[in-house]
Design a protein around this ligand. Structure first.
Ligand SMILES: O=C(O)CCC(=O)C(=O)O
Ligand SMILES: [Fe+2]
Length: 365
């Protein structure tokens, strides 16, 4: 697998201000030498604004409706067969690999050893950094007053254009609760904008992500409306956020999360990264001990047990990097006394199309 960043160099204009100030950092040795595609000539925002919002809405509605008559069927998952995987050669910290060296066996080995993998410079850093404006637009609309929300519903904006069946699939108060939970933490469901969803699916396809996910999961991948999230976390960030996503999605699923930093974070950036317990777990710990913030949190005692033979790692990320993990990894948004810069990220959970978490509202790919 050759990373997208080495295959498709191109120039992105920053004079329209649409590219994040963090764009200049890149660790992956990307070459930006090409002449550019439509997206980048136009600017990412414009290319999304120019999409057919009626068609995008129809497509996302259909992707969701595909699962109306489906129930999850459990089957073989990569994590069940991990004993035969060659261990990752480095025994501590988070496995890391440059995008140019990434391949499917590396992902399987890292997952089997540490439950996660950082791929440095997989994407073109400037292309990813441009998503910052997209996240701002979607969050602006979901954060706005009820009145302006009603107004935007009457005049659909591509950045607030959810699929028509979302309210049936998440009947109130579920949808309202999901929206306010995200709003309070500084995030928004990607499905608030069918155009952003379709654009991202095209981006994932074009950059080889679909193939990676398909090969890893060993079955057709799908996504989920509730676990596809645009993030700009609000500060201060509390210390109690430790969790395993499997605690609320279900342990038996087949999953791979691709967390994409859209701006520089961690290290000396002043922006929150993620705190990660680098350890392969195959079960849910401590969701029910009562000492966590939510019923699905990992509480202090459970965490202490896991940390007996594992470390907390807080990586520094640059746009272009990818962080893969599954529903058993213990992590939280980085906790620190003070952050001075915002952090943008796109969290996309992929699931097996057969072995999917029904409560997360699956979406066909
Ligand atoms: O972006 C973050 O800080 C948290 C993301 C997360 O919890 C996840 O991707 O599962
Ligand atoms: Fe999470």
């Amino acid at each position: 697998m050759i990373p997208y960043s080495s295959l498709h160099g191109y120039a992105v204009s920053s004079d329209d201000g649409s590219v994040a100030d963090s764009q200049v950092m890149n660790t992956g040795g990307n070459e930006h030498t090409g002449t550019g595609r439509e997206d980048t000539k136009l600017g990412l925002l414009d290319s999304i604004v120019n999409r057919d919002s009626v068609e995008d809405r129809r497509r996302i509605t259909e992707r969701l409706a595909y699962f109306n008559d489906k129930a999850p069927v459990s089957g073989a998952r990569p994590l069940d067969g991990e004993n035969g995987q060659p261990p990752w050669p480095v025994s501590s910290g988070i496995p890391e690999i440059p995008g140019r060296d990434f391949n499917d066996p590396a992902l399987r080995s890292a997952m089997a050893t540490a439950g996660c993998l950082i791929v440095r410079g997989y994407f073109d850093s400037r292309e990813v950094a441009a998503y910052r404006d997209v996240i701002d637009r979607v969050m602006e609309l979901t954060d706005s007053t009820e009145e302006s929300r009603r107004h935007s519903q009457a005049n659909p904006d591509v950045f607030q254009n959810p699929p028509s069946n979302l309210t049936d699939l998440l009947p109130e108060p579920k949808l309202g609760n999901a929206r306010s939970f995200n709003r309070k933490g500084g995030s928004a469901l990607c499905v608030e904008s069918a155009g952003v969803c379709e654009h991202l699916l095209e981006f994932f396809e074009r950059t080889g992500v679909r193939e990676i996910v398909l090969n890893y999961l060993g079955e057709q991948p799908c996504l989920a409306a509730r676990k596809w999230v645009l993030r700009r976390p609000k500060t201060p960030i509390g210390p109690d956020g430790w969790h395993q996503d499997g605690a609320f999605m279900g342990a038996g699923i087949n999953s791979l999360n691709m967390w994409i930093p859209v701006s520089r974070c961690g290290g000396d950036s002043g922006a929150p990264s993620m705190d990660v317990v680098s350890k392969r777990l195959r079960h849910i710990v401590g969701a029910d001990t009562g000492d966590g913030i939510f019923e699905w949190s990992v509480g202090e005692k459970s965490l202490a047990g896991v940390l007996a033979d594992a470390d907390i790692v807080t990586p520094q990320f640059e746009p272009g990097d990818v962080f893969f993990f599954d529903h058993f990894l213990i992590h939280r948004t980085q906790h620190a006394d003070q952050f001075t810069a915002p952090r943008y990220a796109i969290e996309t959970w992929f699931f097996g199309e057969k072995n999917f978490p029904a409560n997360q509202v699956p979406l066909r790919w």
